[in-house]
Design a protein around this ligand. Structure first.
Ligand SMILES: [Cu+2]
Length: 161
């Protein structure tokens, strides 16, 4: 039995080597700073912003969904080179480069969100699910706030409209 344990110890040792040999942590695919900015007009879509950090390999972000909303779409805002007008286009997927950083922010990439439900507004947060091309799913809490950063009217009880 003792002999057996000694042998197992020897077998386990090589497994540690890759960890010790790498100089720095392996990049991990993750999502942070997710926030939904509520549209002041309830029938108009709200926008969701966040940052995605790339993992060890290139992947695509395929969708962002939430059970607390009716519908979502990934968009990118950009100035049309011909008309010089700011316009949005729909994105089917977004490349997240290995060890890279992709920001979804105002005036750029964003997720359009229709129908944020009352529970999410009252709690001031919803659970959002990010699906990637490698089948990884990341679930994060997204803060829900008014356009100017205040807590949702439904949470504070201030109903201005
Ligand atoms: Cu949009």
């Amino acid at each position: 039995m003792l002999k057996m344990r000694a042998r197992l110890g020897l077998l386990a040792a090589p497994l540690l080597v890759p960890f010790l040999a790498s100089c720095g942590p392996t990049p991990q695919l993750r999502v942070h700073d997710a926030v939904i900015k509520l549209n002041p007009v309830d029938s108009n879509p709200s926008a969701m912003y966040f940052t995605v950090r790339g993992g060890p390999t290139d992947v695509y972000l395929m969708s962002v969904t939430s059970r607390s909303v009716l519908r979502t779409e990934m968009h990118e805002s950009a100035v049309d080179p011909e008309t010089k007008v700011m316009a949005m286009r729909k994105l089917d997927r977004v490349l997240i480069p290995a060890d890279g950083k992709v920001e979804f922010k105002q005036g750029g990439k964003h997720v359009m969100v229709w129908g944020v439900n009352l529970v999410g507004r009252r709690l001031g947060e919803v659970e959002a699910q990010f699906l990637f091309s490698n089948n990884e799913r990341i679930v994060v809490k997204a803060r829900v706030e008014e356009m100017d950063g205040r807590e949702p009217d439904e949470k504070t009880g201030h109903s201005g409209h």
